[in-house]
Design a protein around this ligand. Sequence first.
Ligand SMILES: [Cu+2]
Length: 240
Amino acid sequence: MTQTPHWHMPANAALHGVALDQQMALNLTVFASLCVLAQAILLVSVLLRRTPQPLAHKRWRLEYLPLTGFAVLFFGLAWHSERLWAAMRYSGADPAAMQVEAIGMQFAWYFRYPGKDAAFGATDLKFVAPGEGNPAGIDPADDRGHDDFVRGALMLPEGREVDLRLRALDVIHGFNIPALRVKQNALPGQVFHIHFTPTVPGEYSVLCTQVCGLGHYRMQAVVRVLPAAEYDAWAREQRP
Ligand SMILES: [Cu+2]
C-alpha cells in the first residue's frame, strides 16, 4: 500500500520517506506562517500609522527576543533535517544490506550488481566501453568482477535495505528517485554510499537532476521494486 502522500509531494515508497515528508511539511508550515505574520505586522503598522515612540529602552524586547526565537527555531529545524540527511549516509548500512552500484554517464544510468561473490570487481576508466558491454569499466583481470552484471534498469527487493554506491564517469550527475526520496550528486572520481529501504513494490523513475550536457533531458532510467521472492528469482536468473 502506498502511504498517503502530502498533497504537495509525490507518492512515497521508502521507509525513511515518511519522516522526510513530515520534516518538509513542518518546514513549509513554519515558513508560510512566519511569512503571513510578517505581512500582517507590516500591514497593521501601515494602517495604524503610529508616530514613532522613543523605543531605546524596549529594544531588547523588540529586537533581541524575536531574533533569539528565530535563531532557536531555525537551528532546531536545521539540526533535525541534518540528522535525517545524515542517517542515510553517515550511519553506515546494515552489513546484510543488498549491494548495488549506480553509474552515471552522459547520458544514461547503469546499475551494477556484485553477483554470487557479493563483491564488486575493480574498475578503471580505461576499460569503460558501453558499446562492448562494459559501461562500468570492470577490470577483466580482477576475478571478483567476473560475476558482476550490469543492467539499464534498477531492480530492488521490497522491505530489504539497499546499500547503493554511486559513481560518475564523466561529469557531475544528480542521482534522484523521487518516489524513494533518494537524491545524491554523483561526482567523477568519488564513490558515495547512500542506504534506504523500499517499502512499496512498483515502477518508479530514476532522474538526473544536474544539467550534465545536451542529452541531460533524456537521462532517465526505471527502478522496479519487486516483492522479495520475485526479486530473488530475478537475481538468480541474471547471474552469469
Ligand atoms: Cu546526468
